[in-house]
Every structure is written in C-alpha cells, then in structure tokens.
Ligand binder design. Structure first.
Ligand code: GDP
Length: 445
C-alpha cells in the first residue's frame, strides 16, 4: 500500500529523465505531482501544504534548479525532508522526574492505548530496568480495566486495581500514592478512549494531567487513521501538552501518511511504533525507515534512477548474454564492469544511496582506497593490447613488465589483477544467468 507515493515519484523521476535542466516552472509541475502523491498516501491536506512549501524552498535553491538530474534531486529532497520532519527530537521515554515518573496515555478509543501501556511497561522493565506500576482510569468500560490487568501481567509489571464506581481522579491519586510508598520508578496511567468532540471527557483528561503532573504525556494514535488523524491530533494537542507520540498498528497496510500529519500537527516527537498485537510488538520509531515506507523504498528510488541513467543498458545486456551463452568472459568485460561502476557515480556515491543498514555494514570498508584500486585496475587493463585482453593466458613475464610500466605500477599488481580476473571468470561461469542483469532487475531498472 505504501507504493502509491513511491509509484508516483518513480514515474515523476522517469518523466524528468532526459530533460536536460530544470527551470522554476518545471519545479512547480514536479511539486504538484509530489503534492498529489502525498495526498494519495493519506497525508492530511494542511500538512501537505506545509510540507510542500518547505520542499519548494529547497528545490528552488541550487539543489534542483540547475541539477543535471532534477527528478532524482527532488526525490532526494522529499526523502530528506520526510526524515527531518519525522525524526526531529526523537528520544526514548523521559523518566527525569522525582520517582515515580508518571506517564499519561491519551488517545481515541481503540487506538491501542491499553495494549501500548503494557508494551511500554515491558520496554521500561527490560530496557531501562525500572519497577513499573500500571493503572486504568477507564471507569466507563469495566472490561478495559480487566484488559489492562491481563496485559500488565504479561508484561511482568504490577497492576493497581480500580473500579467503575470510582472517579478517574481518585483512582489516579490512589495509584500515585501507592507507587510512591512502594518505590515504583514509573506509573503508567491508561485512560478511557475519548472522542475529540466529547468536551466532558476532554476536560477529565486535562484534570488528570493537572493532578498527576506527568513527565510524559503520550498521544497514542492508530497509523491506519489517515486523514482523520489530523483532527484527532489537533484536539488532543489543544487539550494537553503532549510530549510524545506512539503510532500503533504499523504492521497494518497503512500508507504511513498519518505519521507525518500527526508529527507536524502536534509538534511532538514520534517515540515508538506498535508493530503487532503482541506484548513485545513495540519498536523505537525509525524516521529513516518510515520515510522509506512512505516513499515505498527510501532512497532506493534515487539509486535506481542513478543506476539506469548511468549505465549503458545495451552494453550491460550484451555482457549478460555473453556470460549466459558461455562465451568467454574476458578482460574487456572486466574493464566494462569497472567502467560501469564509474558511470554510476563511484562507490561512495552509490553507498550514500543505500539503506542505512547496508551502509553500516559497509562502514568498515575504506571507500577512497576502493575507488583508487578501481582506477589503478582500469589503468592496467588499458595498458594491454586487444589480443591480451581477449586472451589473458598469453600474458607472460615480458608482457607483464611492459603492462606494469605502461600503467605505472609494480608487476605484482598486474599479477594480482590477473588472479582476481580469473576468480571472477570462474564466478561468472557459475552464475551463468547474468548476475548484473539480475541485480539490476531486482533494483527495478
Ligand atoms: P484502546 O481502546 O486504545 O485501549 O485500544 P486497545 O489497546 O484495546 O487496542 C485495540 C485493538 O488494537 C486491540 O485489538 C489490539 O490488539 C489492537 N492493537 C493495538 N496495538 C496494535 C498494533 O501495534 N498492531 C496491531 N496489529 N494491533 C494492535
């Protein structure tokens, strides 16, 4: 479902390809497309307007206007702006208060407050080593109190009893008193789900807030809510000083637009994401990954564009066919591969486009050195005669010395390259299916 926006942007990028340079007028056209795409992803209209205005500012600057690849540049800006907006000020639960630190859970009925209260209790116990007490202020639904009792037990936390005959304020005060006396570090207060239009209930939660002075007031919101998320968020923001958001049901097929809407409307950081009904289904919110969800596949869109723009597809296909037919993979092909890599903008540019997980894994590799190596290899192959490139077997001592001198390297380096080539040749024979084409197909080219 997240594909709506990504499809739009991919199409947009394709349309822009071939257009030499972009003008201000073109930026307007492109922004209209981005706007439509965000709306389709269920980002609320006022939020879209704001977001587009910010992207426009950046696009009008040097980043897109004058860029050789405006589509890619714009996708890049949209992605970065999404990450910046959603990731700003993200931090773990704040417990910097005289214990017990009180956490107030607010949101619509069915948003996932009770489930999330237990998930959070488990998180605080396991990750922060805290002693946690939960209490339900939902005096309107006896089943809700029971539900909290059950999930609190699953979380390994303690539950403070309450009953429908009591007033929420009295329950909260009694729980706070108990938490103090029993040296709990954290008191999690689950509340009745309320509709934003319900003035009485909104006043009730304001009173709860005043009495409890919570260190965190969390707004629990269903990620599937789409456009409505904005009205809900507005009402809660007006009633309460929200300190954080937890987006639930992120395991559903929502388009993810609610995250951007709620973040922008409340100004509060998205701290966690609920990813299953189970008690351990809570993850620290990852803005980059979520931007990837909204865009379909993150900066991969830009990567695909870069790869397809840079690579001579005919040459790549010819190479693949050659390998497939079993015809020898020679040094000319090896050189072609190296040159394709260069056309794609070099290793480090490619790496910048990769998802952060891959970047982290590759972090140990010295990119500068790798690129220098590639250039030296190119130099060595270019110093060979066409016959040598076709039949590397004929390269013996004398030829090696000549090639080394021509490329300005030691003979050992020529040997190393020939060894490497042999290994690759062996690998190519095994693959037989044309690895490069497969790789490019997988990337959506
Ligand atoms: P409350 O009325 O706000 O307390 O909401 P509940 O905690 O009772 O949750 C409402 C429903 O949403 C329940 O069926 C939960 O199991 C479900 N739910 C809550 N969080 C998640 C989540 O992150 N993923 C999924 N799939 N379901 C969730």
């Amino acid at each position: 479902m997240a594909s709506a926006l990504s499809d739009k942007l991919s199409r947009l990028v394709k349309e822009m390809r071939g257009q030499a340079r972009i003008t201000e007028a073109n930026v307007q056209d492109m922004l209209r497309e981005v706007r439509m795409a965000l709306l389709e992803a269920d980002v609320a209209l006022p939020v879209v307007r704001d977001f587009i205005a910010r992207v426009k500012d950046k696009a009008m600057g040097h980043e897109v206007v004058g860029s050789l690849n405006p589509g890619q540049a714009l996708v890049g800006i949209v992605n970065r702006e999404l990450v910046a907006t959603m990731g700003e000020g993200v931090s773990d639960i704040n417990l910097a208060a005289q214990p017990p630190a009180v956490i107030l859970m607010a949101g619509l009925q069915g948003a996932g407050k009770t489930t999330t209260t237990a998930k959070l209790a488990k998180h605080l116990i396991e990750k922060r080593r805290k002693k946690v007490l939960t209490v339900s202020g939902d005096v309107y639904r006896p089943a809700a109190i029971e539900q909290l009792r059950t999930v609190t037990k699953q979380a390994g936390a303690e539950w403070f009893p309450s009953s429908p005959e009591q007033k929420p304020l009295d329950i909260a005060r009694a729980a706070l008193d108990h938490a103090r006396k029993q040296y709990f570090d954290v008191l999690l207060v689950d509340t009745a789900g309320r509709l934003a239009i319900d003035e009485v209930l909104m006043r009730e939660i304001r009173d709860l807030h005043a009495a409890l002075n919570p260190v965190e007031t969390l707004f629990i919101v269903d990620a599937m809510q789409g456009q409505d998320a904005v009205n809900t968020a507005k009402a809660f923001r007006e009633a309460l000083p929200l300190t954080g958001i937890i987006l639930t049901k992120m395991d559903g097929d929502s388009r993810g637009g609610a995250a951007l809407s709620v973040r922008q409307i409340t100004g509060a950081p998205i701290k966690f994401a609920g990813v299953s009904e189970k008690i351990d289904g809570l993850e620290v919110f990852d803005a980059e990954r979520h931007a990837g969800r909204i865009l379909g596949m993150g900066d991969i869109v830009a990567l695909v564009e870069q790869v397809t723009a840079g690579v001579d597809m005919q040459a790549a296909q010819k190479l693949a066919a050659k390998v497939k037919s079993g015809e020898g993979f020679d040094l000319n092909d090896f050189l072609a591969q190296i040159q394709q890599m260069k056309q794609m903008g070099g290793l480090s540019t490619l790496m910048e486009k990769m998802p952060s997980q891959i970047q982290a894994k590759a972090g140990q590799v010295d990119m500068d050195k790798a690129e220098r190596d590639i250039r030296r290899k190119e130099g060595i192959i270019c110093s060979m005669t066409p016959a040598e490139r076709r039949k590397p077997d004929i390269i013996k001592a004398t030829r090696k010395r000549r090639i080394a001198a021509g490329a300005g390297v030691h003979v050992q380096e020529v040997n190393r390259l020939l060894n490497e080539f042999e290994q690759m040749q062996g690998m190519m024979k095994k693959m037989k299916g044309g690895g490069l084409m497969k790789m490019m197909k997988r990337m959506g080219a």
